[in-house]
Every structure is written in structure tokens, then in C-alpha cells.
Design a protein around this ligand. Structure first.
Ligand code: DTR
Length: 350
């Protein structure tokens, strides 16, 4: 037993040494197997969902663009780290890279969660590019212990439920799952907010702990929620921001060539993911209509205006929190709105 442990320990030391070190740093193609660096990448939702689809695409691109010098071993479905221990797990090096849903960490990312506010993003493409550029401009200290590799968002959120909800009156007291600012949006629509990560939602729906959820609509297909949530209400609620982060020491130990490849992928990956998400929603809706005959309602313009008015309180609460964290909240919000307008021109929703 002891001998086996010793051998395992030695083997892992050797692999750590080969992963972090040596080799010709200017060369892209690994000349020997020992030079290949393998990075672990943890993700919390199932493999089929958009955070994991983008993870696989990123992993493939990294491998291709480094000529095989960097390999990425992916761990979807909370097999390495879950939704809530992702941040600490990457900081402590249990995974080299992790995908964070920022809304699951209240108060930890005040600057970047400005994109989770009710500002009326029209698509994931626009919101993802806004988030990425906002991060690049402000380089907020909330990520100072991490290397941010890319960022993206889900599409605008809507309501999916087991019971038809055509108006706000139908939502009164209904338990709906959400997180981040969406919890307060659920409350101001008169429903009962229940906070939890997406990865716990299938069970909560099955057990009847919640009657529905608020998220982007592709989950109707990716989690098969359409089977249980046959009624969807369009309310154009906030997007959820994500960040893909790397352990700082692991980042520092990478050869310059590899760093360059990863840095060059950041914005491109944000755009790729936003566009994937927007297209995937259309596909999921078509699928859910055909397979389960889902019904889609839309809140009236008057009700939408009422929600917008009431949601100003959520923006004020965020401002106070951001100011407390040392940010110029008005300037950040101004940037969010200006970037949103810029990208809405460049990527109009048709
Ligand atoms: N709705 C957000 C983000 C989100 C949207 N689709 C997925 C799929 C898998 C995980 C998260 C998300 C949320 O609930 O976290």
C-alpha cells in the first residue's frame, strides 16, 4: 500500500514538473511528449449546456493554436468542482481553470455583475461583448487573484413554469428559482424567489420545491425542462454573467507563447459563446414547441413598463454596493449602457 502511494506521489511530481517547466519557450510545437502542458478545466452544469459547449470549443482551439503544446482536460457536470466551490477551488489550485457564474457569489464581483442588472440587453452576443470590454477597461480588483481568460453571458432571462402565467397576477406567490439580481426581479413581479444554482434546479422542479424558473430559454431543451415547464412567459429579464478564470500561479508558470494564445482567444471566445447562445435559443424553442407543444405568453407592454419602473430600486441597491466596494458606480453604469448601445448597432437582433 505504502509503496503504491509512493509511486503515485512520484508520478504526480514528475507530471507537475513536466507541466510547469522547461522546454524551448519560443517553440509552439512540442518536440517531446514531456513538454505537453495539461490544464484541468472545471465546470458545474452538464456537458450539453452552453457553459460546457463553450468550454469544449475553447479547449479544442487552445490545443490547435498551441500546436498541441497545451492540452485541456475538461470536467463538466461538477465532476471536479461544483457551482459554489468553483471560485475557491481555482484559487486553491484544485482545478487550473474554472467557469464561474458570477451571480452565484453575491457581493463578490460588484463591478462585473453590473451586467446582471435590468438594463434590457437584447441578446447574449451584445451582453457578452459588453461584459468583456467592461472588464478590460476597468480591470477590477475583484479578479486580482485570478487570470480571467474569457467572459460571456446567458441570453435575457424569461419565466418557465409548470402553470400558465399570462399576467403578473398569475405569478403571485408562485415559487420560481433564480439567482443574483433575478431573485429581486422575481420578487417585484409578485412571485416567490427561491435561490439556487442551475445545477440544482432539475431536482427542485422534480420535487416540486419550485414551480418554475427564471433563466434563458435554451434550458428548455438542454435540461429537458420543457417536459415539465410547458408554459413560458416572455418578460425580457436580465442576463447572467460568467467568467472563466485561471489559477494565478498556473498562469504565471505558462510559457509566453501559450499565454499569448490564451490571451488572443479571450474576446473571440466571448463573441463565439454569445452567438452560439443566441442561435441555440431559437433551436431550443422550435424543439420544445414540436416535442412538447409549449405555450408562450408575453407580458403586456404596461406590465413590462411597470417592472422596469420598479426595478430602478435594484439598480440603486447595486450602486450603493459598488460604491462601497470603491467603484465609481455611475461611471460603470454609463459604460455598460454605452457598450450595450455600441454592440446593439453592430449586432442587431433581427
Ligand atoms: N440562468 C443562469 C445562467 C444559465 C443559463 N443557461 C444555463 C445553463 C447551465 C448553467 C447556467 C445557465 C443561471 O441560472 O445560472
Amino acid at each position: 500500500m505504502k509503496r503504491t502511494l509512493l509511486i503515485l506521489a512520484l508520478a504526480s511530481c514528475v507530471s507537475m514538473l513536466t507541466a510547469c517547466g522547461g522546454g524551448d519557450k519560443t517553440e509552439t510545437k512540442p518536440s517531446a511528449k514531456s513538454q505537453v502542458i495539461t490544464l484541468s478545466y472545471a465546470n458545474f452544469p452538464p456537458k450539453i449546456t452552453f457553459p460546457c459547449v463553450q468550454m469544449e470549443r475553447w479547449a479544442e482551439e487552445v490545443e490547435k493554436r498551441t500546436g498541441g503544446a497545451v492540452k485541456v482536460q475538461t470536467f463538466p457536470g461538477s465532476t471536479l468542482l461544483g457551482a459554489k466551490n468553483m471560485l475557491r477551488g481555482v484559487q486553491e489550485g484544485q482545478a487550473d481553470i474554472g467557469c464561474l457564474s458570477l451571480a452565484y457569489y453575491p457581493g463578490v464581483f460588484p463591478l462585473t455583475t453590473s451586467t446582471n442588472l435590468p438594463v434590457g440587453f437584447s441578446s447574449a452576443t451584445v451582453a457578452s461583448l459588453t461584459l468583456w470590454e467592461l472588464y478590460q477597461k476597468h480591470q477590477p480588483k475583484e479578479f486580482e487573484n485570478l487570470k480571467v481568460l474569457t467572459m460571456f453571458t446567458s441570453a435575457p432571462s424569461n419565466v418557465m413554469s409548470k402553470v400558465p402565467m399570462k399576467t403578473l397576477a398569475d405569478m403571485r406567490g408562485v415559487e420560481l428559482r433564480g439567482s443574483g439580481s433575478l431573485l429581486r426581479m422575481i420578487e417585484l413581479m409578485g412571485a416567490q424567489p427561491v435561490g439556487m444554482p442551475m445545477s440544482q434546479t432539475p431536482e427542485a422542479l422534480q420535487k416540486g420545491l419550485v414551480k418554475g424558473l427564471v433563466s434563458s430559454l435554451e434550458v428548455l431543451m438542454d435540461f429537458n425542462f420543457a417536459e415539465i415547464c410547458r408554459y413560458e412567459t416572455i418578460a425580457n429579464l436580465p442576463v447572467y454573467p460568467f467568467a472563466v478564470v485561471m489559477n494565478k500561479d498556473k498562469w504565471n508558470a505558462l510559457p509566453d507563447q501559450a499565454k499569448k494564445v490564451l490571451e488572443n482567444l479571450g474576446r473571440e471566445q466571448a463573441l463565439w459563446t454569445g452567438q452560439y447562445m443566441d442561435q441555440h435559443i431559437n433551436k431550443a424553442l422550435k424543439w420544445a414547441r414540436e416535442k412538447y407543444g409549449i405555450e408562450i405568453f408575453k407580458l403586456s407592454d404596461g406590465e413590462m413598463a411597470g417592472i422596469r419602473e420598479k426595478s430602478k430600486g435594484i439598480i440603486s441597491a447595486w450602486k450603493a454596493e459598488a460604491e462601497k466596494a470603491g467603484y465609481d458606480a455611475d461611471a460603470v453604469l454609463k459604460d455598460v449602457r454605452a457598450l450595450k448601445a455600441k454592440y446593439e448597432m453592430e449586432y442587431p437582433v433581427n
